[in-house]
Design a protein around this ligand. Structure first.
Ligand code: ADP
Ligand code: MG
Length: 704
């Protein structure tokens, strides 16, 4: 025994394949899930807990019960949800006392459901949901009955299985690590003691132990994910993100910009020329913007406002301040249609003030483009509007004071950097397409100041929304015709999803032809993404002028388009659209004094979820409510879209569920940086190092 070679002591960096019983093969499997080191394994948190004392049978379940039970699979079925590629899985199980559905809106991992066959015995651990009077499980843990189920333990952590590596085996590995890790290798506590004390947080190491080796008396809290250990980890995940945002914000505040001080003569003249009064919210936000513009460091402000709240006017008035102070302003829009619309609008309003407005898009012709660029550099153009072409390297301003980004979810960090490389640090004003729930805005735009336009111009009545089935289409079209008879205009929108673009386009085209013969009296226009820019402009222009009564379109009109006389929108295959998208689309009507309508047509074979979505749209016209519900349904990643790569992934924290902890962590991070702006105090040393580790030197630039 004595002579046995000494094994190297376990460290956090130790490769998992050197753990007893792992080896290269299991090591490779683990690394598929990003588990390479002992530390990675420790941060592979249990997804749930099974309380063996709570074993129950199906017949006695009640809503909200957290249970563990043995059952038999009856069948596994799946169906598609709305227009997305995503599937809902349904595993029906039974025991001698009854049966219950297990529903999954996400697939835990590839092949998860393929393992379950009829008659198979499984263990189900999860929370019972009362869904409209019917009990079911949502996302329970479903697993094979292990022959060696360890009956000694009453509270068992459950891990998401990694292919053939079962939860029990993972648990055993983690247990081994916890037991063998020598004291000197235990993870360093990065939070200063004062921070932990103030927020009642246990140490990270305590949290890891409690999560992986749970004690039965904590069963209830652990199963609800509300234990002290959960709180610590969730707080921490939020805290790192917020500290980063706080550091960035402090960096932005140190940046040297051009203070814009203008008396507001141009703005005043513009306001006088408007046929309407600014809303209270517009006035307030404009003041907030002007205050920012006058500062030494560049503004980074986000204007959130529901569709039709009048964000454009805020942008234009900000541009006038910059121009009056002797600078230029730029406005970037996500689509050509929208850039074109802003251009017309701005030109109409600015030219009488003696200002020159120009449009630059990808399609601008070489000669015009050359002239335009020269005029821009000479400072002869006051306001440049465009698409992404605006930030190309060849575009040089004489003195760019303000950049406005319209209808973007995410503040363009890269775009910003690109502009800065031109040697300018202009003020930024970002206007969002979709209202974003406060909590999410705080995380995604945490480094920006936010203004909210929470008031619609007067005289707008809520858009009346109806969901109908395909069989009622004729009535819907007749209703639309009645509106046109009164001088209004209509949109008919078709979904166009990439994977079936051709088929859908064909459908839209066929329907377009049909409608034309059905209503020969009206002029129809067609708009879709495959058309050339000039053709699109032409159609939009005719629609704006009222020469086209019905615009048949794909979602190219989704954002920004503003034709106040259009008061009815028919959305085909409404089940294929997400909530936020439906809201954006619907926002194309209800922009004028006319009572507006939105008819959502659905096929018969739609999912329960799609029905819920459209029913929600019938009920509410408040974009913030829509966004919140959407966030709840889809989770932050999908809600913000795949472009939102900046959003950190959380392992345990949930932006919807853990809002209070998020707020707390945010405050903690911002307060901490306020008290120690350079994170120079010795107790904050680990925070500084972590910031550097996670985000590199740029994160520290802000607090240097
Ligand atoms: P969004 O916030 O969706 O970008 P827009 O800026 O396009 O909205 O404004 C929607 C419509 O409301 C436009 O036709 C605009 O001219 C009009 N509008 C803006 N402000 C007011 C106001 N204070 N009173 C009345 N109409 C307004
Ligand atoms: Mg807009």
């Amino acid at each position: 025994m004595r002579d046995e070679p000494k094994k190297p002591k376990l460290k956090l960096e130790t490769d998992v394949q050197y753990l007893k019983g792992v080896g290269p093969k299991l090591g490779a499997l683990l690394s598929k899930r990003g588990i390479r080191t002992v530390l990675d394994l420790l941060t592979y948190y249990p997804r749930a807990y099974e309380d063996r004392r709570a074993a129950r049978n199906i017949g006695t379940l009640k809503g909200d019960d957290l249970v563990s039970l043995k059952a038999q699979v009856i069948k596994v079925s799946s169906f598609h949800m709305g227009r997305s590629k995503r599937k809902i899985y349904d595993v029906l199980i039974r025991d001698s006392s009854g049966q219950i559905h297990c529903k999954y809106f996400r697939v835990p991992y590839k092949g998860y459901f393929e393992r379950f066959q009829p008659f198979q015995e499984v263990r189900v651990v999860g929370k019972v949901t009362d869904y409209r009077g019917k009990l079911e499980f949502h996302h329970p843990d479903l697993r094979d009955i292990e022959p060696d189920e360890d009956l000694q333990d009453v509270l068992v952590p459950i891990y998401v299985e990694i292919e053939t590596l079962s939860s029990t085996k993972i648990a055993r590995l983690v247990r081994l690590v916890l037991e063998q890790l020598p004291p000197e290798a235990v993870p360093v506590e990065k939070f200063p003691a004062a921070l932990r004390e103030k927020h009642g947080l246990i140490t990270r190491w305590q949290a890891l132990q409690q999560l992986h080796a749970p004690s039965p008396e904590d069963a209830a809290a652990l199963m609800e994910q509300k234990s002290a250990a959960h709180r610590r980890i969730i707080f921490e995940e939020f805290f790192w993100m917020e500290l980063y945002l706080a550091a960035r914000k402090s960096g932005l505040q140190k940046e040297q910009g051009v203070p814009i001080k203008a008396r507001g003569e141009l703005s005043e003249r513009l306001i006088k020329s408007l046929p309407f009064e600014l809303t209270g919210a517009q006035k307030r936000v404009i003041q907030e913007v002007n205050k920012d513009l006058a500062k030494e460091h560049p503004m980074s402000r986000l204007v959130q406002g529901d569709v039709g709240s009048g964000k454009t006017m805020v942008a234009l008035l900000a541009a006038l301040q910059a121009i009056e102070a002797g600078h230029q302003a730029g406005l970037m829009a996500p689509t050509e249609i929208l850039a074109e619309q802003h251009f017309r609008n701005a030109k109409k309003l600015f030219e009488p003030l003696g200002l020159r407005v120009a449009l630059l898009t990808g399609k601008s012709k070489a000669k015009e483009r050359g002239e335009l660029l020269a005029a821009l550099e000479a400072g002869e153009i006051h306001f440049l509007i465009g698409t992404h072409a605006l930030i190309e390297d060849v575009v040089q301003f004489r003195s760019l004071g303000l950049v406005i980004i319209d209808e973007q979810h995410r503040f363009g960090v890269e775009q910003r950097a690109k502009l800065k490389r031109k040697g300018v640090s202009p003020h930024f004003l970002v206007m969002t397409a979709t209202p974003i729930p406060r909590t999410l805005a705080m995380t995604v735009y945490g480094d920006l100041d936010v203004s909210v336009l929470d008031e619609l111009p007067p005289g707008r009545s809520p858009i009346q929304t109806r969901v109908i089935f395909d069989s009622k289409r004729v009535e819907a079209m007749n209703f639309m015709a009645a509106q046109i008879e009164r001088g209004r205009q209509a949109y008919i929108v078709y979904p166009l999803v990439e994977e079936s673009e051709k088929i859908d386009l064909k459908n839209a085209l066929e329907e377009f032809e049909k409608l034309k013969t059905q209503f020969p009296k009206y002029k129809f226009g067609l708009l879709h993404g495959r058309m050339k820019s000039d053709e699109k402009d032409e159609v939009m222009d005719q629609f704006r002028k009222g020469e086209i009564q019905v615009l048949v379109s794909t979602t190219v009109i989704e954002v920004g388009v503003d034709v106040p006389n259009a008061n009815i929108m028919v959305i085909e295959h409404a089940e294929r659209f997400g909530l936020s998208q439906l809201h954006q689309l619907r926002g194309r009507v209800g922009r004028g004094e006319h009572k507006s309508f939105c008819v959502m047509i659905m096929g018969h074979a739609v999912s329960q979820e799609a029905r819920e979505r459209t029913a929600f749209m019938e009920k509410t016209s408040d974009g913030f409510k829509v966004a919140e519900f959407d966030l709840e349904l889809r989770g932050p990643g999908e809600f913000l879209g795949s472009r939102q790569s900046g959003l950190p992934g959380f392992q345990m924290a949930n932006l919807v569920r853990d809002v209070t902890t998020l707020m707390e962590a945010r405050e903690a991070a911002f307060d901490l940086l306020k008290a120690d702006p350079k994170l120079a105090k010795p107790e904050n040393e680990h925070l500084r190092a972590e910031l550097f580790d996670k985000h590199g030197p740029t994160a520290l630039a802000g607090i240097a």
